[in-house]
Design a protein around this ligand. Structure first.
Ligand SMILES: C[S@@+](CC[C@H](N)C(=O)[O-])C[C@H]1O[C@@H](n2cnc3c(N)ncnc32)[C@H](O)[C@@H]1O
Length: 204
């Protein structure tokens, strides 16, 4: 089984698209994050949060009794985030590499990554995620399936990154196993164009 090697970093000039539900092919991000297992009162880290499309839904899902940390490396994208989501007591925003977040260790119920893990060195990211999660914490990943399963945009290329940038579910699951994480639930959207996995620490 091979490992995934990151191909590119998201172009900040395209960040505004990430707020467009139609472009995202995601009509209801709140329903989706709830379906993935995010609920009231949870402490969630949104790693590679971008301009906050999912961060907003996560804030709604966890409510005032929950807590959210948003982590993003690119300052220009965080500027857009800050224009979208007003400061609030249960939100912390960090400009950091998700592979070295500086966040509190062993404290988080969920580490959430939407369309971000394919941009980073997976094993390094999983090491950091294992360190920040609480013992019973969960990792939730939402990623692109194969382009052949994705609708084309304006009759052209399929939605999503080029083929060699996509992180296949079986490749991800292999990396999860190596990091001591096992799949607890998964799902598909748009006929497999998007997939998600929720994973938990293996009992050792
Ligand atoms: C395709 S965007 C998705 C953003 C957001 N999760 C969403 O779905 O709307 C990927 C984001 O991950 C960020 N990113 C990539 N590598 C990162 C890293 N090592 N640390 C923090 N953020 C990173 C990029 O800057 C970009 O904003």
């Amino acid at each position: 089984m091979h490992h995934h090697h990151p191909g590119h970093r998201f172009d900040p000039a395209k960040a505004a698209r990430l707020l467009d539900r139609q472009w995202r092919l995601i009509e209801d991000p709140l329903e989706l994050v709830r379906a993935m297992g995010i609920g009231t009162g949870m402490r969630v880290v949104d790693l590679g949060c971008g301009p906050g499309f999912f961060t907003r839904a996560i804030l709604d899902a966890v409510g005032a009794s929950g807590h959210v940390a948003a982590v993003e490396m690119q300052g220009e994208i965080l500027d857009l985030f800050r224009r979208q989501i007003a400061p609030r007591p249960n939100l912390e925003v960090h400009r950091a590499d998700l592979c070295a977040t500086g966040l509190a260790r062993g404290q988080w119920d969920v580490a959430f990554l939407a369309f971000t893990l394919h941009e980073v060195e997976v094993a390094t990211a999983l090491e950091e995620i294992n360190a920040i999660l609480a013992d019973a914490g969960r990792l939730i990943v939402l990623e692109w399936g194969p382009g052949s399963l994705c609708p084309s945009r304006d009759g052209g290329e399929p939605a999503g990154p080029p083929a060699d940038h996509r992180l296949a579910q079986e490749v991800l699951e292999h990396s999860l196993a190596e990091a001591g994480l096992v799949r607890e639930a998964d799902g598909q959207r748009l006929g497999g164009c998007h997939y998600w996995i929720r994973a938990v620490r293996a009992i050792r």
